[in-house]
Design a binder for this molecule. Structure first.
Ligand code: HEC
Ligand code: HEC
Ligand code: HEC
Length: 401
């Protein structure tokens, strides 16, 4: 009876995040699975080609390479012996079962915002996945960073555990979006530069961050990845389908959409897009030093780039960069215009597919142009950044290199 009342309150209250449910019911486990997807636990805790949640995937950082641990219910090599309480402390306080501090390479500085009933549901779900016997691999870190005892010093300086608190100045949908974006979905774990000690600088006019040789642009700038200038529906569409109008997702972001965001309910996607839409729009610090290119040099590059474009790109992206059914527009595309050219260089060199999602089940791909020399790459990138009204700084051969 009391439980029913709580359920009702939770559903009708301004902040219908989760519902108290009897432990380990099927609903609880299904809810836990949904949440586990939003947290993309499998994305990090599964090695390429490995068993789900058995760990072993490398996570690069400024301090070296972490190897994710096994979080399947295997009692010896996984977390089969962990109690619900120990699991809560891991996600909420960044403490392992043995009480030692966890490296923030597991995004618990975000997960700490997640309320207890949601963490318990994740725990319940993880107990139902197949147990896999697979020993954890040791991290490969710099000498100083490898001292786990120092992580508790880090926590004292940069980490404050605390569940998300409702902001009464905003409605339920905004709060739900904030709860997910700042918490379980840990967007800023990638999208914000970290300070010298590895703590996120989100919102602090900070640029985005380097991740696996890509640049995760800032969510606080509409010139980068910010959704401030987009209708909320378009933002929600990008999150769930990996593409929207002239925008499409690539590299690590395509993985996030594929493993995680495509499973969002429409309401949750709209809530996240609304929260992102209302984030302050900041001028973020410049991320790259672009070398200047002389006028005659620029003209030579544009001519060479234009020729490559006509031969190799135009069929898909259009003579005026207007795009086609097979490819996004490049004219006015902020991924092209963004000061940092890293992602554009990557996608041309390596090609790529937007993720296959229910909303975009058979995506058109971009073929790799790995045969282009560094000079040719710089020329075609410069061409698309300076044509059809695009007005981004040219990219020199040295910068591409
Ligand atoms: C960005 C990658 C990443 C994501 C996403 C991630 N983790 Fe982790 N996780 C790690 C790393 C790296 C460690 C090892 C940290 C350490 O050694 O202190 C870890 C450690 C853990 C541990 C401690 C295990 C042990 O044996 O010490 C648990 C439990 C855990 N993660 C659960 C989760 C859950 C649940 C999720 C999803 C809600 C999740 N992680 C998402 C990278 C990740
Ligand atoms: C594993 C790292 C990672 C995580 C986690 C991540 N992103 Fe990204 N994101 C990237 C990278 C890298 C890019 C740049 C490539 C691209 O444009 O697709 C990007 C691009 C974007 C873009 C710009 C798309 C465009 O074309 O303008 C948006 C919006 C975005 N991310 C939102 C989010 C949100 C919201 C979350 C959390 C739910 C999130 N990201 C989580 C790495 C990440
Ligand atoms: C067969 C069609 C095709 C050809 C040819 C092609 N592209 Fe693409 N291009 C695509 C598709 C599809 C995407 C979206 C890929 C993704 O999201 O991973 C894309 C994405 C891009 C992007 C990123 C835009 C964004 O918003 O994410 C750039 C920049 C780009 N292409 C430039 C080029 C250049 C330069 C050439 C020629 C050297 C070229 N493309 C040739 C289909 C094509």
């Amino acid at each position: 009876m009391i439980k029913k009342l709580f359920l009702l309150l939770a559903l009708t209250g301004p902040f219908a995040v989760a519902v108290a449910q009897p432990a380990e019911s099927d609903d609880d486990i299904a809810w836990g699975e949904y949440l586990t997807r939003i947290g993309n636990c499998a994305g990090c805790h599964t090695a390429t080609g490995g068993e789900a949640f058995a760990g072993g995937r490398p996570v690069e950082s400024q301090f070296g390479t972490f190897f994710t641990p096994n979080i399947t219910p295997d009692p010896e090599t996984g977390i089969g012996n962990w109690t619900q309480e120990q699991f809560w402390r891991a996600l909420h306080e960044g403490k392992r079962a043995d009480g030692k501090a966890m490296y923030p390479a597991c995004p618990y500085p975000n997960f700490t915002r997640v309320q207890r009933s949601d963490v318990d549901a994740i725990y319940a779900y993880l107990r139902t996945v197949p147990a896999v016997k697979q020993e954890n691999r040791e991290h490969d870190l710099d000498f100083v960073a490898s001292m786990r005892s120092l992580v508790s010093v880090w926590q004292a300086l940069f980490f404050k555990p605390g569940v998300y608190e409702i902001d009464s100045g905003h409605d339920g949908r905004w709060n739900r979006g904030a709860y997910l974006v700042e918490g379980l979905a840990h967007c800023n774990a990638c999208h914000s530069e970290r300070n010298a000690f590895g703590a996120s600088r989100a919102g602090d006019n900070a640029p985005g961050a380097r991740i696996r040789e890509w640049y995760a642009p800032s969510l606080y700038s509409s010139e980068e990845a910010g959704l401030q200038g987009w209708p909320v529906e378009k933002g929600a569409e990008l999150l769930r389908t990996g593409k929207a109008d002239d925008a499409s997702t690539m590299g690590p972001m395509a993985d996030v959409v594929y493993h995680s965001l495509q499973y969002l309910t429409e309401e949750d996607a709209l809530a996240m897009a609304e929260y992102l839409h209302l984030l302050p729009n900041q001028q973020v610090e410049s991320t790259v030093r672009l070398l200047s290119v002389s006028k005659p040099r620029l003209e030579t590059m544009q001519a060479a780039g234009g020729k490559i474009y006509e031969e190799s790109c135009q069929d898909c992206h259009g003579a005026e960069g207007e795009g086609s059914i097979a490819a996004p527009a490049l004219a006015g595309n902020r991924a092209v215009l963004m000061r940092d050219p890293t992602n554009v260089v990557n996608i041309i060199r390596e090609g790529g597919y937007p993720p296959a999602t229910a909303g975009n089940p058979r995506p058109f791909g971009m073929p790799p142009f790995s045969h282009l020399s560094v000079e040719e790459l710089a020329a075609v990138v410069t061409y698309i950044r300076t044509s059809w009204g695009n007005d981004a700084p040219p990219v020199s051969t040295a910068n591409v290199r």
